[in-house]
Design a protein around this ligand. Structure first.
Ligand SMILES: Nc1ncnc2c1ncn2[C@@H]1O[C@H](COP(=O)(O)OP(=O)(O)O)[C@@H](O)[C@H]1O
Ligand SMILES: [Mg+2]
Length: 408
């Protein structure tokens, strides 16, 4: 039979053993206890067992421990302790209350073994795991961020490509417009050159006719009237040709004139057409306003409007053909010319297009589609104004708004 002491020695050699009395005062420690705690036997015996208590361990743990022990139950736990030098050690602890023959607690025996390495490893592992997890999370976050940045970059790139494409298109449009204007300028220059000669010839012929008439002593006043009218038309034609040629010259000087003079100028040019087509024109001058620009060129705008009305009157077979003109001052500093016909108006789906170059609804032999385009160019560029069209009262209303000339 193995003696009790043998057991005791076996346990003591492989474990950390201590005994305390019922108040927790240490009555026995083995060498292992001294080694791990760093205290000598002399320091430990008689000291309270909480000498190795670690301040991290909450007091609830001890309440639980003492509760169990006083209930005469064995307490098993892994406990964090502090050695004399302040270092931490972990021990798997079993505390057994030893009872006397009356069943009263006599003392406590604690048997422990060192699990510091395991715990530390576990701790390290956990820390590493946490690190990994964090890394993972930040990685995900960073991948997300990078993806978003890439996506944004892509987006802005796409936008910029679209913008550039649009810019190029706009450039193309401007270039196209400019080349068209240039060729128009050239064309008009040629026409001016070609027409000047026949026009002056026509003037000479007229003069010859007048001479012949007076030689024959025929002083018919009607002849003289028509002779003068013809001369006026020839003069206007050559002026207009100059104006059109000048239209492409940005340096010509501006003139100051009354809006009403422009209307009369246009009426003179249109008199024959208006009469022949039986178009009644009324001019209502509410305020006669002075403006600055090019009178002859501006009168072309009204001539264009008259011609368009004439075409619409005929196309729509209107019986009572009327054009109403009104001049007034508005918004303090503007002249407003309202031009209105009763020729049936413009279909709403094309009314936005009528000022575009080459837009026409007419047969190629009548329409060029540049009348209103040129008109808008003249109003905007030469007169610094605006021209708008709207359907109203069975016809079209054109609103031409021009800044007033204000004397300094
Ligand atoms: N007074 C009007 N009444 C009806 N339609 C008009 C009138 N003025 C212009 N338009 C419309 O606007 C288009 C463009 O006019 P315009 O630029 O002068 O070119 P064009 O007279 O050569 O067709 C015309 O083809 C016509 O459809
Ligand atoms: Mg026209």
């Amino acid at each position: 039979m193995i003696k009790l002491e043998e057991y005791q020695r076996a346990i003591e050699q492989s474990n950390i053993v201590s005994k305390t009395d019922t108040n927790g005062i240490i009555t026995f420690v083995n060498d292992e206890f001294c080694r791990i705690s760093g205290y000598s036997k002399e320091e430990l015996i008689g000291a309270n067992h909480n000498i190795v208590r670690h301040p991290d361990v909450p007091k609830e743990i001890f309440e639980n421990l003492w509760g169990k022990l006083h209930a005469k139950k064995t307490y098993v736990a892994t406990v964090k302790n502090r050695a004399k030098n302040g270092s931490t050690f972990y021990v798997n602890t079993t505390i057994i209350p030893m009872l006397d023959e009356n069943g009263e607690i006599q003392e406590f025996i604690a048997i422990r073994h060192d699990v510091t390495k395991t715990i530390e490893l576990t701790e390290k592992l956990r820390a590493k795991e946490e690190e990994l997890q964090n890394l993972n999370a930040t990685l995900e976050q960073r991948v997300k961020e990078q993806t978003f940045q890439l996506w944004s970059l892509n987006q802005t790139l796409e936008n910029r490509v679209a913008e550039e494409v649009e810019k190029n298109r706009e450039k193309d449009r401007v270039l196209f417009q400019q080349s068209r204007l240039a060729s128009m300028g050239e064309m008009i220059g040629n026409i001016a050159h070609q027409w000047r000669q026949p026009l002056s010839e026509l003037g000479i012929i007229l003069y010859k006719i007048k001479k012949i008439m007076s030689k024959n002593n025929d002083d018919d006043p009607l002849f003289l009237e028509n002779y003068n009218a013809a001369k006026t038309v020839i003069k206007k034609m050559s002026d207009t040709i100059d104006d059109f040629r000048d239209f492409f010259n940005p340096h010509r000087p501006k003139e100051i004139f009354f809006i009403e003079d422009v209307l009369h100028e246009a009426m003179v040019m249109m008199l024959g057409t208006l009469k022949k087509n039986e178009i009644a024109v009324s001019i209502d001058v509410i305020e006669n306003v002075k403006v600055k620009g090019y009178l002859n060129e501006f009168s072309q705008v009204l001539i264009n409007l008259f011609n368009n009305s004439k075409d619409a009157f005929n196309a729509n077979v209107i019986k009572q053909k009327r054009v109403n003109l009104k001049i007034q001052a508005i918004d303090k500093n503007y002249a407003m010319i309202t031009y209105q016909d009763n020729a049936g108006g413009i279909p709403e789906d094309i009314i936005d297009k009528i000022f575009e170059p080459y837009f026409t609804t007419k047969h190629a032999s009548i329409g060029t589609g540049i009348g209103l385009y040129m008109s808008r160019m003249i109003v905007q560029n030469s007169m610094k104004g605006t021209i708008e069209a709207k359907n109203c009262n069975g016809g079209v209303c054109f609103f031409i708004k021009i800044p007033m000339y204000i004397e300094e």
